[in-house]
Design a protein around this ligand. Structure first.
Ligand code: PEP
Ligand code: MG
Length: 580
């Protein structure tokens, strides 16, 4: 038995066979010299691999045409044309004969040159073709290296998925009903892969680093999403422990079930609202099952991460409407597209920035791609008549950017009016406060909007300068860093001074110790992964607001996150039982 230790990213415990998913970062392209008499054989290997790649693409094209329509089919048609292009073949054959290097390497080099050339062009449409070149080249290389590109959508048995780095788009594409656990080398607790694992209620341990390489396909592994431990080939004693822990979890879930329908009212009668975050419309059922009082954050960008092209205005409208219908009279906050960072949408040409977390993302991207933004705004406006919809802009860095976003919303309203499409004229408009510059100017921003929602995942990232998805610096992504607490307090106070409610939709809202501090700081609404809702309600019901205020004041007076952690663990040990 071998024990690996990582970050507990999604709660739950599971025992099952490992499925090692070979992602791109794990692949190395071989490079070796060949003799001239081997040239013809090498060229023959290439033509056979291209033939197989063409068969794959034809199959994908037919499926896309059947299931998704002309537009998606056309993508694969274009891939076929590239695979058949005589100029490409000539150029690859020329390099093969000139360099006398193996064909895998020659194809790889050709791909890199083409991608660079495309990315250097000024036309964004042509830049986007780099993704297609990468896709085709990967397909040929897979055949050359006898590796099938396995699609996680085709998983047909229960497995624990082991990977170097699953992207949010992999998580969306995979058959999530077969993935019983996730183990990953990369990733932090607030990375989107972790957030999706919690949303799909899949236990996950991330940030294990190169240690994941010691896991082989079909190894039996136990994943403990509470402690962050992964046990390879557990002994009988450990397996017994697994069964005991499962029983404790079932008991805990039964205990928490009684809080599902109760309000989050403190012992001295102060009520806060507890809502849930969703990424895909299917999660709405889980939101209601866990007793959330609304959706505080609908991460609309995940509609764009589904396989295929970006959704049309109509497809978005239908998704928003479905969620609003299922939620009935409960409020639903739809956040406009927050792409970029780790949420790469292949279709949107965002991949090649040097500093994607500081780059052209979220509202910045939307303000530049007017057509895309307008179609999303219209889709949200049109859906707003169905239920209690609210709209929220991500990554606002200051008042100018907010004004531009508000102008865009007005423009979308005018086009709805012109088209005779009804919408709720007084739909509340809010912003995420997740950049320190927004937190520091919250008093100015508060005059322009109806609510704030604090996004601590990014606020912590940008305040402490720590990439939220990088396992090496995960120890620094600390919600109780005094700088973070001060910014949160400021935002709540400035919001209240302007008479608007303040919510939090970052993962900090689901931390039970943090929940008490936030209650004390005066937060009005909490929004989190649906699974966490009952435990947060239970915690808030176990304290008085007056106690929480005192505790928050004490926490604010301390100088390090360790001291604050220690204080909260000590004071709240009776309220927050182990395992909650
Ligand atoms: C946040 O940054 O805290 C947030 C809720 O948004 P996201 O996790 O999608 O970046
Ligand atoms: Mg964010």
């Amino acid at each position: 038995m071998k024990t690996l230790s990582g970050l507990s990213a999604s709660p739950g415990i599971v025992l099952g066979p490992a499925f090692v998913f070979l992602d791109d970062e794990e692949r190395t392209i071989p490079r070796y010299s060949i003799a001239s008499h081997e040239l013809d054989g090498e060229w023959e290997r290439f033509t056979v691999a291209v033939g197989k790649a063409k068969d794959d693409v034809r199959g994908l094209r037919d499926r896309a045409l059947r299931e998704m329509g002309e537009q998606q089919g056309a993508i694969f048609e274009a891939h076929l044309l590239m695979l058949e292009d005589p100029e490409v073949h000539e150029s690859i054959e020329g390099s093969l004969r000139e360099t006398l290097l193996n064909i895998e390497w020659v194809v790889h080099q050709y791909e890199q040159t083409m991608i660079k050339r495309l990315e250097d062009l000024s036309d964004p449409l042509l830049q986007e073709r780099a993704v297609d070149v990468h896709d085709i080249s990967r397909r040929i290389l897979n055949h050359l290296m006898f590796r099938e590109r396995f699609s996680l959508a085709d998983l047909d048995r229960d497995v624990v998925l082991v990977a170097h780095n699953l992207l949010p788009s992999d998580m969306i594409a995979m058959n999530r009903y077969r993935v019983k656990g996730i183990v990953m080398a990369a990733g932090g607790k607030t990375s989107h892969t972790a957030i999706l694992a919690r949303a799909f209620e899949i236990p996950a341990v991330l940030g294990l680093g190169p240690m994941v390489r010691s896991i082989r396909n079909d190894d039996v592994i136990m994943v403990d999403g509470h402690t962050g431990e992964v046990l390879i080939d557990p002994d009988e004693h450990t397996k017994e422990r697994y069964h005991r822990l499962l029983k404790i979890k079932i008991k805990r879930d039964i205990d928490l079930a009684m809080f599902v329908s109760l309000p989050a009212r403190s012992k001295d009668g102060h009520t806060v609202i507890v809502k849930a975050n969703i990424e895909v419309p299917e999660e709405t059922e889980s939101v209601l099952r866990h007793g959330a009082e609304g959706i505080g954050l609908f991460r609309s960008e995940f509609l764009f991460l589904q396989p295929g092209r970006a959704p049309s205005e109509q497809a978005q409208y239908e998704a928003y409407r479905t969620v609003l219908e299922v939620m009935g009279s409960k409020p639903v906050t739809i956040r406009t597209l927050d792409v970029g960072g780790d949420k790469v949408v292949p279709d949107l040409a965002l991949e090649s920035e040097k500093n994607p977390l500081l780059g052209w993302r979220a509202i910045r991207y939307c303000l530049a791609d007017k057509e895309l933004f307008q179609s999303q705004l219209r889709a949200i406006l049109r859906a707003s008549v169905v239920g209690d919809a609210r709209i929220m802009f991500p990554m606002i860095s200051g008042a100018d950017e907010l004004d531009a976003a508000l102008d865009a919303l007005e423009e979308a309203k005018v086009s709805c009016d012109k088209r005779g499409q009804p919408y709720r004229r007084d739909m509340p408009v809010g912003i995420m406060i997740e950049i320190p510059s927004a937190a520091m100017t919250a008093d100015i921003l508060a005059r322009k909007v109806d609510f704030f929602s604090i996004g601590t995942n990014d606020l912590i990232q940008y305040t402490i300068a720590v990439d939220r998805g990088n396992e090496r610096v995960a120890y620094l992504h600390e919600p109780f860093h005094p700088a973070v607490l001060r910014l949160i307090k400021r935002v709540i106070d400035d919001g209240h001074a302007a008479g608007i409610p303040v919510s939090m939709c970052g993962e900090m809202a689901s931390d039970l110790h943090a929940a008490v501090v936030l209650l004390g700081l005066g937060l009005d609404e909490f929004s989190m992964s649906a699974v966490s809702v009952p435990a947060v309600k239970k915690t808030i019901r176990a304290v008085t607001k007056a106690e929480a205020v005192v505790l928050a004041e004490e926490a604010m007076s301390l100088g390090t996150h360790r001291e604050i952690d220690a204080l909260l663990h000590d004071r709240l040990k009776k309220v927050i039982a182990l395992g909650d």
